[in-house]
Write a protein that binds this ligand. Structure first.
Ligand SMILES: Nc1ncnc2c1ncn2[C@@H]1O[C@H](COP(=O)(O)OP(=O)(O)O)[C@@H](O)[C@H]1O
Ligand SMILES: [Mg+2]
Length: 475
């Protein structure tokens, strides 16, 4: 598939684990050959979903709620240099996930003697990478990979989610096909995952940051250029513009099936100055002159070219913004009827979520307590002491040193909003039914994939409840 790594998507399906004792995986193992976490009575492992640098993600059944969940498992001890990003990943996802249908929602953090797990909503359709790769195989020579109509359907959902993040003072900073998942509806809804590089800023501060991180193929020139061992030499950049550039790469790869700039020759632009210079020379070239997409570029409409021209502005101050993208003629062009129908239903679900968010009242004390507990859990996950003290047998109880968690083998932290609602608790009929659960329940009910789960029942009972209950913030 040209120079696109779509064919080697991160996702891989291992055979479901047998009844044999769990063989625990550590980062660096070539391949997990058994489900970690199988000693957790509350969840049953189904299959491996994907692997990144620091964690493996697995599909599990949440036995109690009878629903499928994805759990991202960080082997312990988490390296100290990943402590802040792990904490920030969970915090960002906890804060943003329930508020937008196109973001993966998070339910719980679980600390076991061997792993820190983030339990989250499962996207059954896999990564957009695989969808584009599948279309790539069937594309006609000289044609586009996704049609512009289909790409627009996905891009609208994608940009709406990015806009939501930015409006909530968070930039994702690792937007890419691999982190863009699909559910199993037809046509699918899109879900952005992986907030490992996300950056949150205070409401009254400038949207500026200095860190040099991201996935090279998606990194904008100002970000690529901004690297130095001397931290003081790093310059500020606007992380929102960085997200815009990455969104353009995602769109272009979806349409043309290849990255516009050759990343294979200069892959070490993080450590090697010479390779960085060569890479920057590449990125400074016009996107539409790239030899890697030469076969497909002529098939693009003038509106698509214009949008990509505006996204791939080398000067970030001249680059199109997310609100401007949402007004661009390519973006606003009418969708195919089936896509429009799907988006209408998604927007109706989103409207219910917005209404709920507007009425709900969160308890600042409970939120502060939860944040503190989360920090303790992440610190504990980073501590090598607990792991070293343990026996080599993964199932044995290990001493944990944080006061709250003493003598417990498994520590769980509820990350749903139910845990931080003001007052007693949500009046929902099911304990874990957040509004996003209910929206997910509606989606499941529509797709008919899962039988009626607790969250679906809860959705139904709540959507038929009266307005008085809503005004209490428990819609
Ligand atoms: N909620 C989910 N549902 C389905 N698949 C997922 C989910 N989260 C992650 N994955 C799969 O696992 C891969 C790695 O997860 P990700 O959170 O991106 O980890 P990393 O930070 O290591 O890149 C993703 O690219 C995707 O294929
Ligand atoms: Mg990822």
């Amino acid at each position: 598939m040209g120079n696109c790594n779509c064919a080697s998507a991160e996702t891989k399906d291992d055979a479901p684990p047998t009844g044999a004792p769990a063989k625990l995986t550590k980062a660096g193992d070539t391949k997990p050959n058994g489900a970690p976490f199988s000693y957790l009575a509350s969840h049953r492992a189904i299959k491996h979903l994907g692997r990144g640098a620091a964690a493996d993600t697995w599909l599990f059944v949440d036995r109690k709620r009878n629903r499928l969940v994805a759990i991202k498992l960080f082997p312990r001890p988490i390296p100290a240099n990943l402590r802040d990003s792990t904490l920030s990943e969970i915090k960002c996802q906890t804060e943003l996930g329930p508020g937008h249908i196109n973001l993966i929602n998070v339910y719980e953090a679980i600390l076991t003697p061997d792993h820190l797990g983030i339990v989250m909503e499962y996207a059954a359709g896999g990564a957009l990478t695989a969808h584009v790769a599948e279309r790539w195989g069937a594309a006609k020579p000289g044609g586009l990979i996704l049609t512009e109509d289909e790409a627009r359907y996905f891009f609208r959902q994608f940009i709406e989610a990015v806009d939501y993040c930015h409006r909530n003072n968070t930039a994702h900073r690792d937007l890419k096909l691999d982190n863009t998942l699909l559910d199993d509806q037809k046509p699918p809804f899109l879900k952005i995952c992986d907030f490992g590089f996300a950056r949150h800023w205070a409401t009254d501060s400038l949207y500026r940051t200095k860190s040099h991180l991201g996935t090279p193929e998606y990194m904008s020139p100002e970000l690529l250029r901004n690297q130095s061992k001397d931290k003081k030499a790093l310059k500020d950049y606007d992380p929102r513009s960085v997200d815009v550039w990455a969104s353009g790469v995602l769109l272009l790869v979806s349409l043309c099936g290849a990255f516009p700039w050759d990343h294979t020759r200069q892959h070490d632009n993080f450590n090697n100055d010479q390779e960085l210079d060569l890479w920057l020379q590449e990125v400074n070239k016009q996107w539409n002159e790239s030899p890697f997409i030469a076969d497909n570029v002529n098939a693009l409409s003038p509106e698509a070219r214009d949008l990509l021209d505006r996204i791939f502005m080398l000067d970030p101050t001249k680059r199109i913004t997310i609100p401007e993208i949402m007004k661009h003629p390519w973006y606003t062009k009418a969708l195919l009827p089936e896509h429009q129908e799907a988006l209408d239903s998604l927007h109706e679900e989103q409207r219910q979520v917005d209404e709920h968010l507007h009425h709900r009242k969160l308890d600042p004390v409970k939120m502060a307590e939860r944040n503190k507990k989360l920090e303790q859990i992440v610190d504990e996950a980073c501590s090598s002491e607990a792991v070293q003290n343990s026996s080599s047998h993964g199932r044995q109880l290990r001493p944990l040193h944080v006061l709250d968690f003493k003598h417990r083998e498994i520590t769980r932290l509820d990350l749903t909003e139910r845990a931080v609602l003001l007052g007693q608790s949500c009046k929902c009929s099911e304990e874990h039914a957040t509004v996003a659960d209910r929206a997910a329940g509606l989606a499941e009910a529509k797709s008919g994939k899962l039988h009626e789960s607790a969250s679906i029942k809860s959705f139904k009972s709540n959507s038929s409840s009266n307005g008085a209950e809503k005004s209490n913030g428990h819609a």
